[in-house]
Design a binder for this molecule. Sequence first.
Ligand SMILES: [Zn+2]
Ligand SMILES: [Zn+2]
Length: 132
Amino acid sequence: MKKTRNTRQRGVILDIVRASCEHPTAETIYREARRVLPNISLGTVYRNLNFLRDQGTLREIRPSEGGSSRFDGMDTPHAHFHCLRCSALVDIPLPPALESLRFEEEEKISAVSLVDLHVIGSCSGCEAAAAN
Ligand SMILES: [Zn+2]
Ligand SMILES: [Zn+2]
């Protein structure tokens, strides 16, 4: 019985992250999850997010300038653009040049599971607003 409930909670959380293209925070996921599971706690949401991240089902993105972790359910490789002004975190394709990337001191690396590229700056929307 308990196992079934845990699986259901995990499924709801995973669906919320996968359905969002905004890379939600745990708090946002919690608010969404409560519409389906009114008794779910924030602690449960965190536990499930950690579990799914450790499993490799979700990615946790920690903004470099601090702030809450964001969660990403997209399983194809991509880079992130992060706007420092409005905190938007959007998916951008990995540059093709990355595929032919050569690392120095490659002997230190046994296997690469992910190349994490995070582009930080201001988005075009914020630039336009600042110009007015
Ligand atoms: Zn912006
Ligand atoms: Zn993403």
